[in-house]
Design a protein around this ligand. Sequence first.
Ligand SMILES: NC(=O)c1ccc[n+]([C@@H]2O[C@H](COP(=O)([O-])OP(=O)(O)OC[C@H]3O[C@@H](n4cnc5c(N)ncnc54)[C@H](OP(=O)(O)O)[C@@H]3O)[C@@H](O)[C@H]2O)c1
Length: 351
Amino acid sequence: MNLLITGATGFIGRHLCAHLTAQHHTVVALMRRPHELPNLQASVYSLGGRGTLIKAISGDLAKPKLGITESLAEVDAIIHLGARFAWQLEYESAYTTNVEGSLAIAELARELGCRLVFISGFMLENLQHLNQLGINPAQPERTNWRKVYRHAGAYEASKLEAALKVRSFAAKTALDMVEVQPATVAGHSHTGELDAAQPLFQLIDNLSRGRLALVPGTSEHWLPLTTVDHLVALITAAAIAKNVPERLLCLDSDTPTLQQMLALVGGSIGVKPPRRYVPIPVLRALLSIPGIPKLMNTYPEALNFIQTKRFDTSITDQFLEHQELLRPEIGLAIEASARWYQQSALDKRRA
Ligand SMILES: NC(=O)c1ccc[n+]([C@@H]2O[C@H](COP(=O)([O-])OP(=O)(O)OC[C@H]3O[C@@H](n4cnc5c(N)ncnc54)[C@H](OP(=O)(O)O)[C@@H]3O)[C@@H](O)[C@H]2O)c1
């Protein structure tokens, strides 16, 4: 198949390109800096893929009509990963890239008559959380989005707004769309490879540097995870399989609680993990003090992802079984990610 991918240069995107090209699929990467294609091809090779099967097309999610000027060859599916992904984003930038850019990609899929695999996030399945933010998923147009951006932060709010508006667009235009909803992404289950900008890497870094003296939440709180290799295998199946459910929640229900996870990480990097807890509202209040988030390298909006809710993954489980895809053991993947972190810190010091 020939797949158009946005966000190909990102953490998930590079692994996805490696997975797809290793299976002989061809990839057209929509890139803001297409002259950097050789770097992407090299990193795809290092991840076990075939870099020569990737081409680049110049484009920008934040530009009108995606900034695409050349005509596109036949595309079998679009996989939309591209997004501004960071805490403390400005409203304008998050809205333009994540919401308007996603709607433009959905329109492109409609014009090309191909499937859209849209990557949202697992918080779309926490209906109580959506309700607390004032979002009714069935009627996104009735939501006071500015308020949601203030409460949830621009990254999460823009991802929620984009997903709900793209769902409405797909329903109105009968677009063939699959929404993949990833949990927080852990490193590769074998190598532990994880980008430094990823939230789990930041959490490990905080533990390593002694910034995590207390566990956020209670003994029930957890940060649901999935591994990057499992996620890209699921995305690939979502793009290629004939019968795919409308939504696939990519989340490992066996992810340990946050305290147990920190113990696994601590054991792997030789750091004593915290045992006592700090209630989330107390931590949130502390992080509202100017300067503290930067000092602690923790932002209030990141706390939304740490929760007690358990998720129903039965629809995805059936699809995985049908596709003969197995979830890697998440505890081992957490330990591999922690070892990757430690090795990259060592390499950085040596350099
Ligand atoms: N990682 C997670 O834990 C997680 C969990 C749930 C959902 N997700 C979703 O998964 C997707 C990919 O995440 P990731 O972790 O791979 O993110 P990432 O490493 O930050 O990569 C983001 C990608 O988006 C591209 N991008 C940003 N702005 C763009 C623009 N204006 N036009 C075109 N491309 C643009 C970047 O390209 P440049 O090279 O040009 O910067 C990069 O390729 C995102 O939609 C994210 O919301 C991630």
